[in-house]
Write a protein that binds this ligand. Sequence first.
Ligand SMILES: NC(=O)C1=CN([C@@H]2O[C@H](COP(=O)(O)OP(=O)(O)OC[C@H]3O[C@@H](n4cnc5c(N)ncnc54)[C@H](O)[C@@H]3O)[C@@H](O)[C@H]2O)C=CC1
Ligand SMILES: O=C(O)CCC(=O)C(=O)O
Length: 526
Amino acid sequence: MQLTGEMLIGASAMRGTDKPVQAIEAQTGKPMEPSYGGGSAADVDRACELAWAAFDTYRETSLEDRARFLEAIASNIMDLGDALIERTMAESGLPRGRIEGERGRTTGQLRLFAEVVREGSWLEARIDPPLADRKPLPRVDLRQRHIAVGPVAVFGASNFPLAFSVAGGDTASALAAGCPVVVKAHSAHPGTSEMVGRAIQAAVQQCGLPEGTFSLLYGSGAVVGQGLVANPHIKAVGFTGSRSGGTALMKTAAARPEPIPVYAEMSSINPVFLLPHALAKRAEALGKGFVGSLTLGAGQFCTNPGLVMAAEGPDLTRFLGAATEALGGVPAQTMLTPGILKAYQEGIGKLAANKRVEKVAEGQIASGDTQGQAAIFATKAEDFIADPSMEEEVFGAASLVIRCQEVEKMKEMAEKLEGQLTATVLMEPEDMGFARALLPILERRVGRILINGFPTGVEVSHAMVHGGPYPSTSDGRTTSVGTLAIRRFLRPVCYQDFPAELLPEALRDGNPLGLWRRIDGALGKN
Ligand SMILES: NC(=O)C1=CN([C@@H]2O[C@H](COP(=O)(O)OP(=O)(O)OC[C@H]3O[C@@H](n4cnc5c(N)ncnc54)[C@H](O)[C@@H]3O)[C@@H](O)[C@H]2O)C=CC1
Ligand SMILES: O=C(O)CCC(=O)C(=O)O
């Protein structure tokens, strides 16, 4: 596909007139063609107006038509072939295997949402039949289903140029719910965004959907990002990125005459708890496994294990020894953008300069100025508690090991942590008592608790929760990965005493869509 540098607004493609955005080849730091004209306030308005015009038609597409649309996007993405993989690799610096895997995850989640749409349980249809003879008052006929909230603004993430971007989880779940989507492309990968955006635009046309079902804009956070969130036609926001970006969008959304929800996934340091028997039994294997997770994708995962806790002692020394050896063999890796590399270097520089922190291990030295060198630091529990700056996310392959004076201290530390996406407990059966006591604390603090695994790598499935209390996300009641993500973009409507002809199909007598429905509280297919 010939990249044009054009925005996609409904069925049109046009060059933006605002300050252009240009990709930087991650490995070389050189600009890549073409440049992408930034969207203006008028472009934001046009895309949002089209999305609003599409809303009533798109949200009432049949389950089958909507599922086919999601599948058409997936197959159009596959049809982009190797050109998509190559452009994404160049823009992100991520290796082929990772990008091919991410494409599989992206198309897989679109197909999974197609299945979800067809199955229809997300409508949560409920019928309370009338009770004409009830005393003292009769009960009316009440029926409920969920409808789409309205057009959704999606911010592509820098670190997952496919799976959390233009056709990523936020877009897939919003489209599945029946919401038109306006995407703000991440400026780190505009070429990837154009390719995927054109795949979606083509699917809109192939499926005969209203043009405003999808638009794609490039440009600045100030004009396009803020403009989208403030636009009255936008009814919800999906975001993955920095805490400062996410909280800025939350403020804008809350200050609107009609406030809207922002589903922002922001920062997490994903604590790992090394329980004593696990450490005694397999310190070396755990040290090695931890380094594998820490350095995956140059550490540029929001699930990266940025904090490790263990009781001080010889077993922790063994763990650190193995981690040091493993990290010594890890080459420096290309990072996504010069800005992310700079933020990473500042983050590890701040830890290195902190008198209460020691550097215990390093990866191989970076060559050139696009790579990040991995690092492990350590500090004492008391020092960590006394210095809140140590809890800030360092986005990259860096982790801080907390030496606790005794095992019990880990519980106190867990209580003090901010909200997190994940917590990991590495344990043996003999650690069960401690794990049981730790669990309620972790449940209050995080969205996903793992036993004897590592947090990177999020399964896209029905039971997954990729979310957590603030500040890991802006709303800990939801997930941005997995099929439950559709709930973010739905709201219930109740239909009271409706004539049959006016009722939505999902709520009609005889269950024409064959849905699971709750009739007077009982779940069934009638
Ligand atoms: N925890 C996580 O999942 C991730 C965290 N990050 C963190 O974010 C840093 C910067 O990386 P980016 O991915 O570029 O994130 P970012 O938050 O700076 O940008 C993400 C998107 O939001 C927009 N944006 C940012 N601030 C905005 C504002 N005030 N108003 C309107 N729009 C705004 C940007 O234009 C971009 O499209 C990283 O160094 C890292 O610390 C980045 C990616 C994932
Ligand atoms: O680990 C994953 O697969 C997802 C991570 C993620 O959501 C992120 O880094 O933004």
